[in-house]
Every structure is written in C-alpha cells, then in structure tokens.
Ligand binder design. Structure first.
Ligand code: NAD
Length: 474
C-alpha cells in the first residue's frame, strides 16, 4: 500500500504512543520506495538543515534561553559544529557515495571486487538535553547523507527546544526524511518496541544500558555516544595561561553540561599547581566578571535534580578537605551554580567518582606526569583526554598509553569540531563514531561485490568441484 506525501507530512510529528507504529511504518515504506537514495535527495536534506539553522537562530536562542538560560556565545560554538559537519558532508557526498574499488586475487580475474555503500534503512536517533540542535541534527545529517531516513526522539528535558525541532524539521525537510516523536520514557519505550535498521543514541551510560537490554536479541546495530570523566593532565612544562583558557572554555561553556568537558585536572604538586590555579582564577574572572550570576555569558543548570546533585558534590568535597579556589556560590531559585574551582581534591570524593556534568573543576595533585598518566589508566576509559605539556616525551607517552574516545594535546574539547575526524567513545564512553566519513559509514552497510564475466569461464576450469586438476598439482 502506497503512502502519500500528505500522509507522511501529517505523520511528521508524533506526541502520542498510539500514533508511533503507523507513523514509523510509513517512514519505513518511504525508505523501501527508494525515495531516499539519490544524491540530489540527500544533498537537498542536508542543505535544508543548513537553512533551518541559519534562518531560525532567534527562535533557537529563545528556546535555549527559556529551557536552560543558555547564552548566545554558547550557541555560537554549537552552531559551528552543525554548519561544519553539514558543509563538509555536502562537499564530500559524491565521493562518499562512490563505489570503492578493491584489489583482487589473480585467479578471480577477469573481474573486479568493490564496495557498494548501502543505506542501512530507517534509523532511530535519540538525543540528550545538553546540545539539542547539534546532537539531534548532526546524526540526522550523517543518516540522510548515507541515504537513510530517521525517527528523531529529542530530549523532553528541554521542552521549548524539543517543540522547536518538532516544528522546524518537517517544515524544512522532506517528510520522507524525518519524523519527530516528542515525549519521554513511555514514548522512547514504545519506539524501542519497533524493529530498527539502526539505533543511534546519545546520552548517559545508565539509559544506554536500558536501551541495550531492551533491544537485546533483535540484532539491531547500535551506536552509543555516552559520557564519563574526561581528565586533563597539566605538566610542569605547560603554558599555564593558555592551558587555563582552553580548559575553562571547555569546562564552563553550557555551565559544564558537555559530554567532553574537562571533568577534573591532574597537575604536578608545588609550583605547577600554584601557577595553574592562579591562571584558572584569572581566566574565570576574565570570562564572567566578579559576579558570574550577572554575566550574560554564563548558562544555568537544567533543573533542581542537577542543582542538588552538584551541591552534593561540593558539600562532600568540602567535608573531605577540598578548598574552594573560585566560585562555590549557588542560587537554587535561579538554577545558578557559580563556575567553581576546587583544590586539594582526592579520588575518594564523589566529584572524582561520578561524571560531574556541571561547572565544578576539581584539581588533584600528582608527583609527576607519569603518575598522572597512571592515575588516568586506573580509571575507566574516558570520552576525551587532554594533555597540556611542551615536552615531546610526555606528549608521546600520553598519546600512546591513554585510551580515550578522542584526545587533544595542548587543547581541550576542540577535537569535536574537526569535520573529518571521527567523534565517539571507547569502553564505557560509548561505541561507534560519527562526523564526516565515519558518520556516513555509521549509517551505511559496506556491501562487498564481485563482478565477473562468463566469456572466460574455460580458463578457470580449476575453480569447480571436484578441483581435480588443481589438487593434483599442489
Ligand atoms: P539521558 O541518558 O538521561 O537521556 C538521553 C535520552 O534518553 C533522552 O532523549 C531521554 O528521553 C531518553 N531516556 C531517558 N530515560 C530513558 C529510559 N528509561 N528509556 C528510554 N529512553 C530514556 O541523558 P541526558 O541527561 O539527556 O544527557 C546527559 C548525558 O549524555 C551525560 O552522561 C553526557 O555525558 C552524555 N552525552 C554524551 C554525548 C556524546 O556525544 N558522547 C553528548 C551529549 C551528552
């Protein structure tokens, strides 16, 4: 039974569990029709996302402001990530779609082997709350580039942003490309009852394991983009001012709610620690002024649950001997948590055991860069790992010994903006990656093809059962 464009358009936003199945079926039908396969269709969908972002900045900023008090400067970087990814994909789309020739054993000649990149089909994309535009739109860019279509479930924790995505995506994109399902756990649970060609989840380790359990046995390919505690190592040879700027840029943007934010700092005790703490205090002051609560550049915390969680980390750290070098003030009514730097921290503190995902930066001292690397190696593999050092030896040791989703040397978090390097986790930080060609491949199946002729069959008599001539000669 055919599905008309009007039916698809009506189905483009779903906010009711009972509507999920028929709407998902219509999207699967659209995929099977072949409508998503051509280069022109794929390019058009990515260009539509570019237009959506460029033409609706005011609406995005206002949704962000009402959801989480996100300042314009925090949106600026998020926007660059989306535009960078989309532009890169448009430029390289033809090349990514092309068949890829591979070498062939002599006995298989004349013929050729090559890879055809097939779209996996209809994908479910589940987004987190912290960067709704980036973390919903970039997986969609990768999916449509690969020729898939998508059911998107944005986070219900940011209701204005969720509604905006639900309103804008069907307006800009082909209804055969994307369907938005709004809602929370019941809607996501109903979505997970469906059979998917691909599930792409961004969020916490806790929910990722719920999803894994829910789809276990269905053999659905999963990409999991999770979080964790991304360490920063600062050794005595570092440029402390530059290190402070780059660490805090990644830490305090979005009030610390960034999956790859520097979670804690390891620095050599003594002079290195003193210099770093002084630089961090100075940079915080420069970024947000004497009273960050009044700064137009500082975001708020999502909700009371996260405020309580962060206040708990601060109280626990202080009780166990941490000192507040900067910040520490909170205002629950305003969901304000000051940019906070803690010294004298140790591994026993709650803030050193759980992902902070907020504006608290604990500093732990170590005896040397090697001891810092050993500390990192004693913890689960992180999503990001950052080193500030001008020593080649330390840089090489960090790069070769530390396993992490991504890494920066003398910077932090900025690798996420690279348009032609994969972004993803390892171990508990996730599985699979995307952005650029890895994004394309994430939603594709590499189909191996051997294309042979029939004219020269007499030359390859030895390939057939019972291999008599062949087995006699070897
Ligand atoms: P979350 O796991 O609470 O929610 C993510 C999504 O899962 C939301 O859409 C939510 O509706 C859905 N969900 C929640 N409970 C569910 C359930 N029981 N069953 C099915 N679906 C459910 O994550 P969050 O709080 O929105 O985001 C913060 C986490 O995400 C942090 O751990 C952070 O590190 C991680 N994160 C990772 C990346 C990355 O790219 N690796 C990016 C951003 C955030």
């Amino acid at each position: 039974k055919g599905v008309t464009p009007a039916e698809l358009r009506r189905a483009s936003v779903i906010n009711n569990v009972s509507q999920i199945k028929p709407a998902v079926d219509s999207l699967k039908h659209a995929f099977r029709s072949g409508a998503t396969r051509s280069h022109a269709w794929r390019e058009q969908q990515i260009l539509a996302i570019l237009a959506l972002v460029k033409e609706n900045e005011d609406a995005i900023l206002s949704a962000y402001s009402s959801d989480i008090g996100k300042p314009k400067c925090d949106w600026f970087l998020e926007k660059q990530a989306i535009l960078g990814d989309a532009n890169h994909m448009v430029v390289h789309l033809r090349e990514l779609m092309q068949i890829e020739k591979r070498s062939i054993p002599l006995w298989m000649l004349p013929g050729s082997t090559y890879i055809v990149k097939e779209p996996l089909g209809t994908a479910l994309v589940i987004g987190p709350y912290n960067y709704p535009m980036n973390l919903c739109l970039c997986p969609i860019i990768a999916a449509v580039a690969a020729g898939c279509n998508v059911v998107l479930k944005p986070s219900e924790q940011m209701p204005a942003s969720e509604q905006l995505l639900a309103e804008l995506l069907p307006k800009y994109m082909d209804p055969a490309a994307v369907l938005v399902v709004t809602g929370g756990v019941p809607e996501t649970t109903a979505l997970l009852e469906e059979k998917w060609d691909k599930i792409f989840f961004t969020g916490s380790e806790r929910v990722a394991s719920i999803i894994e359990r829910k789809v276990a046995g269905s053999l659905t390919p999963l990409t999991l983009e999770l979080g964790g505690k991304s360490p920063v190592v600062v050794d005595k040879s570092a440029n402390f001012t530059v290190a402070a700027r780059r660490i805090l840029q990644g830490k305090f943007i979005n009030a610390g709610a960034t999956c790859i934010a520097p979670d804690y700092v390891l620095v050599e005790e003594g002079e290195a620690e003193q210099k770093l703490v002084a630089a961090l205090k100075q940079v915080t002051l420069k970024m947000f002024g004497e009273d960050p609560q009044k700064s137009e550049f500082y975001c708020r915390v999502l909700n009371k649950m996260h405020m309580d969680r962060l206040e708990g980390y601060l109280a626990d750290a202080k009780k166990k001997g941490a000192k507040v070098a900067a910040g520490g003030q909170t205002d629950a009514a305003d969901r304000y948590f000051a940019p906070t730097i803690l010294t004298d921290c140790d591994a026993s503190m709650d803030c050193m055991q759980e992902e902070i995902f907020g504006p608290i930066l604990p500093i732990v001292t170590v005896s040397s860069a090697e001891a810092a690397i050993d500390f990192v190696l004693s913890k689960p593999k992180p999503l990001g790992a950052y080193l500030f050092s001008s020593s080649w030896k330390v840089q090489r040791a960090f790069q070769s010994k530390v396993s992490s989703g991504g890494m920066c040397i003398n910077d932090a978090t900025v690798h996420v903006l690279g348009t032609d390097i994969p972004f993803g986790g390892v171990g508990p930080a996730g599985m699979g990656s995307y952005h650029g060609r890895e994004g394309f491949n994430c939603f594709s199946h590499c189909k191996s093809v051997y294309s042979h002729d029939t004219m020269t069959d007499g030359l390859t008599w030895f390939r057939y059962l019972p291999f008599t001539g062949f087995t006699e000669t070897v």
